[in-house]
Ligand binder design. Structure first.
Ligand SMILES: Cc1cc2nc3c(=O)[nH]c(=O)nc-3n(C[C@H](O)[C@H](O)[C@H](O)COP(=O)(O)O)c2cc1C
Length: 165
């Protein structure tokens, strides 16, 4: 089965830590993402500290997976680089690459959206000191899945496709 079809959101994790080599592999994959004019607007905060993960899990309803995740990767978007209107797309590509690398490594993960919700951005900034030129974009909660996950199956819908020949 393709890696893409294996990926699914995992929201409950075992306490077991994620190996440093796996963290490096996920960061490498994130930075390998395509970006407009190759501007690479990303920076990352690797969060292992339980207390910070707990605080982040309270920033919005959807952040609850961070309550059990032993690892969170916070993606930060740089403000001062090249093509401003393409930056969120670049950041989304980097976020997706982390999810895929996590799947590749047998880890579970879920994308927790931050940007562009101002309220959540501010809450994250209140927990983690972030330089002014960086905006919290997303947090990926990562860990060993708490229970076996069942892949949903193909979502392919030919009605969504139009072919121009
Ligand atoms: C931009 C974005 C923001 C998301 N935010 C959250 C979130 O805050 N909390 C959460 O549990 N899942 C979040 N997700 C995960 C989606 O809920 C999930 O991808 C979707 O339900 C499809 O399920 P799957 O990932 O298992 O294929 C987000 C996904 C995206 C792309």
């Amino acid at each position: 089965m393709s890696l893409l079809l294996k990926r699914m959101s995992v929201r409950q994790f075992k306490a077991k830590p994620v190996a440093d080599e796996a963290i490096t592999a996920m960061l490498q994959s994130a930075m390998q993402a395509p970006s407009a004019r190759n501007q690479q607007p990303w920076e990352f905060v690797v969060i292992k500290r339980r207390e910070i993960l707990d605080q982040l899990s309270e920033t919005k309803g959807g952040a609850k997976p961070l309550k059990t995740a032993p690892l969170g990767i916070l993606l930060l978007m740089r403000e001062e680089v090249g093509v401003p209107y393409m930056r969120p797309q670049d950041m989304a590509a980097a976020t997706q690459n982390i999810l895929l690398e996590a799947t590749n490594l047998g880890l579970g993960s879920v994308w927790i959206g931050v940007y562009p919700r101002e309220e959540t951005i501010e809450k994250v900034k209140a927990i983690i000191t972030i330089p002014k030129h960086l905006i919290p974009f997303s947090i990926v909660a990562i860990g060993h899945p708490d229970h076996a996950t069942k892949v949903e199956g193909l979502r392919y819908d030919e009605n969504r496709v139009r072919v121009i020949e």
